[in-house]
Design a protein. Structure first.
Length: 1021
């Protein structure tokens, strides 16, 4: 008996399905089944689901048994409105496969067009499920064991044994990976899987987790990281005694995933434990599911922290909703003795599952909208009874609807790429004018006309660029998703039209590679992204005609794009253009560390076409990129060089919510205390757009394009024309050292905001245009020694909590006097005088701080000094130690499970304190002994978030904050809602005393939990 059939054989025979008829089916072998068969006795006609696949929160597919006249067939239905309605996609020409027979049992869609029906046979669709074709298995293998799709590739596990023969010998199973999400080319993955082991695969971001485990004993956990060495670890159940099996893995973030362990499996029961990790499996936290009822089958995990475990016995689902520590069994609508299969979080707290197995039973879809606590029947696809084929050809599915930012409405324009990408995916920021007729080269010749839109001479004039800037030693790397099949040919038309030197593969100027840096195989083509590539290549050619160009094509618009950017730097790229982005998340710094180089590479990133109000876009919000905004560029108007510019209404702008402000960025704290977007800008308004030639996918030839997809490659090419960056420097800082080399854009707006500089152009820096537009390539060049402010390097500093500190720092500038100072990561309680650079105050928190002191002169040039600052404690004089919980339990006395380091619900960083969340009578405590300062402000500050399942408006659960047992603050579940809120408590009555600060939560036993989250605790002298 093979492990991969365990859910249909050994577990079922242990009591999973109560009927002997089903057991008989499982024990029956057989050869290939007919395409359509008579409806099995006792099974109702109509559609019955077997497998689901969701490609977004609203767009899903379901495969199942349907009635086709007097026989049964296998059909696929789809929804584009989160399951409210279903439409027929098509028919798979294989039956649902009982154990040991040919057919399919699973559905896995890559996107809304490409997908697979699988196990044990393999069928593929490329038209949204309308038609299916058999796909040969790689390596001569004979059956599929499992198949999983991820944003970057499809993973396939195969066996060389014939269908129905079980384990025919000890030959290991084989794991394969496609070369791209739409590819049919398979490559082996170096993961060892013995023939009788169970395998589960899950993906998040650029990481794919492969869990391989035997029936008992430790298994292996392999994290496949695109472009990096795999992480391999031992995987073991928390109590590996008897029949313990790691059943499933579910990833929710690149470093965070969960595993389900089933132990001591008996007659319809098992010991079930979920293991969670936030460090790629280096450490795990254990969450036992109470009671033994039900055999654990599958695991679903949500990015919000929710967990759902389904069982194949006792028709049970166990849920651990977000912000709750304990499990709850469902108690609504799970009829009969049916297995609950394939739980899937689609968006927020919505979970779908299949109830029953359509191979043997009448199954249905069920849905929960409260993270698995309660369930109800979901709308079912209607049956196409009486028809063996779809009555009408299904229309092409619409693009999935996601809560992506909306582009600012632009008159007579259309986005080139998908304007509503799936969650976690990037989109390009190219816009094409629809009111300007596209022209072929022949039509232009017949009309004796030039292409509409600005050409190279216009851009060189506007931005002070030499006629033939650059040299063949300089190269710009352009990163896009998918293949642009006509990129080189279209580039040749553009350069010929404007009299630029040829740039071809033959003369070595042009290169095209995949995200691994190789010439083949290239990813699947995309008409939208091909248009983006044409725009990028045209802008690089216009601004730096003698620069070489390398087009790096990612497999998909997911983190594959970041992997492609990493490849560009690995290939020697010093200038990388990235005309794409997605809404900023909290993972930006970790993505930077994994994919982008902090020094020596110019990353020119578009800020987006969403204006202000949608939040900033990543990677423009990264601390290592040059964020490029957009302008409207017109001739005349009194501007320099015969041109004038205003802020373009669509240019992305704002203040990052997650990225610290880089040391070189001198935006006032009152405007943005973190990373501010943008840094610089160039033309982006499609109404004052640029000429582009694109012939792929019906684009038609010459058109007028805009969006910040135009401005980013302009700045990238100008950076290349300025010369190679210093390998030890931070090139994103270069514009800030040459503020006077930019034309300050002082009018135009991207929305309404406060402070106004984030969305309205004005003197100096502003969000839509940054420092402005370059007057020459020198604006983007590495500063010469004469351009840089020199800061005297202080010695490493050691201080004691509560002891006064004074450090004077000197700086000089060859061109102007130093006018402003600021500091990054000063110890708590210290400040820097913004006029003199003197650091003073009393440290309040122990720790090691990587402090950066930044000096700026009147021209805008800056200099920095890095100082390691160690603050220690001594008896009788200490503030709060480890107030951000980043050092684990250090300094605190806490109950088990209170101090958490997974980053899931932290206000900042990864550490936080979690009190409560049990839904039963329970008390949690957190405490630390501190000394209250004798003078100055003695305020205890901390951030608190309250989340509760209580809804009746009465206080059930409470958090009390005490000083030496005296209450200072009481908060109940009635304060639930929203995010973290700052709490400030006056401790002046305790000056000079060493006291015990305590946070204590209490919950009642009504089954409804309340969580109190505490973070960033400080005591300010």
């Amino acid at each position: 008996m093979t492990d991969w059939t365990r859910d249909r054989t050994s577990r079922l025979l242990a009591g999973v399905v109560a009927t002997l008829a089903v057991a008989a089916l499982l024990l029956t072998g057989g050869g290939p089944a007919a395409v359509a068969a008579s409806t099995p006795p006792g099974l109702a006609p109509g559609f019955h689901p077997e497998s689901m696949s969701w490609v977004s929160g609203t767009d899903g597919f379901v495969l199942g048994r349907d009635t086709c006249g007097a026989a049964t067939c296998t059909r696929v239905w789809r929804t584009t409105d989160a399951g409210a309605t279903w439409s027929l996609a098509g028919r798979v020409p294989l039956p649902l496969a009982p154990s040991g027979e040919h057919g399919v049992t699973g559905l896995a869609m890559v996107d809304d067009t490409v997908g697979w029906a699988h196990t044990p046979d393999l069928e593929r669709t490329g038209d949204g499920g309308r038609t299916w074709a058999a796909s040969p298995l790689p390596g001569g293998d004979r059956q599929v064991v499992t198949l999983t799709t991820t944003p970057g590739a499809t993973y396939l596990l195969t066996s060389h044994c014939e269908v129905g023969t079980g384990i025919c010998d000890d030959t290991p199973l084989h794991l394969w990976r496609t070369t791209g999400p739409r590819s049919t080319t398979w490559r082996p993955v170096p993961v060892d899987v013995p023939a009788d082991w169970h395998v589960s695969i899950s993906s998040a971001g650029a990481n794919t987790v492969v869990l391989a485990a035997p029936f008992t004993g430790p298994g292996t956990l392999t994290v496949l990281r695109d472009g990096a060495s795999p992480v391999r670890r031992q995987a073991i159940c928390p109590d590996p005694v008897g029949d313990s099996l790691l059943v499933a893995v579910a990833a929710t973030a690149p470093r965070r995933f969960a595993m389900l362990c089933d132990g001591t499996v008996g007659m319809g029961s098992s010991d079930k434990t979920v293991l969670t990790t936030s460090d790629l499996g280096a450490t795990f936290s254990y969450s036992p599911i109470p009671g033994r009822l039900g055999v654990g089958s599958q695991l679903a995990a949500a990015p919000t922290g929710g967990l759902v475990v389904s069982t194949v016995t006792a028709n049970l689902v166990f849920a651990r909703p977000p912000l709750r520590k304990t499990w709850v069994p469902t108690d609504t609508y799970l009829p009969g003795d049916l297995a609950v299969r394939q739980p899937t979080f689609t968006r927020g707290d919505t979970v779908w599952a299949v109830l029953g197995d359509a191979q043997y039973q009448d199954s249905l879809l069920i849905r929960s909208t409260d993270a698995g606590r309660t369930w109800s029947p979901a709308p079912m696809p209607p049956s196409a009874t009486g028809s063996t084929h779809p009555a009408t050809q299904p229309s092409r599915p619409s693009q999935p609807t996601t809560p992506s930012p909306r582009r600012v409405a632009q008159r007579d324009t259309t986005p080139v790429c998908d304007s509503a990408p799936s969650p976690g995916q990037f989109t390009c920021f190219a816009l094409r004018r629809t009111d300007v007729a596209t022209r072929t080269p022949g039509q232009l010749r017949a009309l004796a006309a030039a292409p509409a839109g600005y050409g190279p001479a216009d851009l060189r004039s506007a931005y002070g660029l030499p006629a033939l800037a650059g040299s063949r030693g300089q190269r710009v790397y352009v990163v896009v998703a998918y293949d642009a099949p006509t990129a080189e040919a279209d580039l040749a038309v553009y350069r010929s039209q404007f009299g630029l030197p040829a740039c071809t593969t033959a003369n070595g100027c042009f290169q095209k590679v995949n995200q691994q840096g190789r010439a083949t195989p290239l990813p699947a083509p995309s008409a939208g992204w091909a248009g983006e590539a044409s725009l990028d290549l045209a802008m690089v050619s216009a601004v730096c005609p003698r620069c070489g160009i390398t087009l790096v094509e990612a497999d998909t618009p997911s983190d594959d794009l970041l992997a492609a950017a990493r490849t560009a730097a690995r290939l020697g790229g010093r200038v990388v253009s990235m005309s794409w982005g997605r809404a900023e998340g909290t993972d930006g710094p970790s993505l930077d560390a994994e994919y982008l180089r902090s020094r020596g590479v110019v990353y020119s990133a578009s800020t987006g076409d969403f204006g202000y109000g949608a939040g900033v876009s990543y990677p423009a919000s990264s601390g290592v990129t040059t964020a490029v905004g957009g302008t409207s560029l017109t001739r005349g108007g009194g501007g320099t060089r015969g041109w004038s510019e205003t802020a373009w209404v669509g240019a992305g702008s704002g203040c990052s919510a997650a990225v610290p402000r880089p040391a070189w960025q001198t935006v006032p704290d009152s405007v943005c205390p973190r990373r501010a977007v943008a840094d610089v800008s160039a033309v982006a308004d499609p109404q004052t757009g640029v000429a582009v030639y694109d012939s792929y996918g019906g684009a038609g030839g010459w058109g007028v394009y805009g969006g910040t997809s135009a401005s980013a490659p302009i700045i990238a090419a100008a950076s290349a024309a300025a010369g190679a960056p210093d390998p030890a420097s931070q090139p994103a800082s270069y514009p800030w050292a040459h503020r006077s080399a930019f034309t300050d854009v002082t009018s135009g707006s991207t929305g309404a905001c406060e402070p106004g500089a984030l969305c309205t152009a004005g003197p100096g820096w502003d969000g839509p245009t940054g420092l402005g537009t370059p007057v020459s390539p020198a604006a983007l060049a590495a500063p010469t020694p004469g351009d840089v402010v020199t800061v005297a390097q202080p010695a490493a500093q050691t201080s004691v909590v509560g002891t006064p500190v004074r450090l004077a720092v000197a700086a000089s500038s060859p061109r102007s006097r130093v006018v402003a100072w600021r500091a990054v990561d000063l110890p708590q309680g210290l400040t820097v005088d913004d006029r003199t650079g003197t650091v003073s105050g009393r440290p309040t928190e122990a720790g090691t701080f990587a402090t950066t002191l930044v000096a700026r002169d009147a021209t805008g040039a800056t200099g920095v000094a890095a100082v390691t600052w160690v603050v220690s404690t001594r008896a009788g004089a200490r503030g709060v130690v480890n107030g951000d919980f980043e050092s684990g339990p250090g300094g605190w006395v806490a109950d088990p499970g209170v101090i958490v380091g997974d980053g899931l619900y932290a206000r900042s960083g990864d550490g936080y304190a979690w009190l409560g969340g049990y839904g039963e009578t329970h008390t949690d405590s957190l405490a630390q002994q501190v000394t209250v300062p004798t003078s100055g402000d003695a305020t205890l500050r901390f951030w608190l978030r309250v989340a509760s399942e209580e809804t009746d408006g009465r206080a059930h659960d409470r958090l009390r904050v005490t000083v030496d047992g005296t209450p200072l603050l009481t908060v109940s579940d009635t304060a639930a809602g929203g995010g973290y809120r700052l709490q400030a408590l006056d401790l002046s009555a305790y000056r000079g005393r060493t006291v015990r600060l305590a946070w204590t939560s209490t919950e009642d036993d009504d089954g409804l939990s309340t969580t109190f989250l505490v973070d960033d605790v400080s005591l300010t002298p």
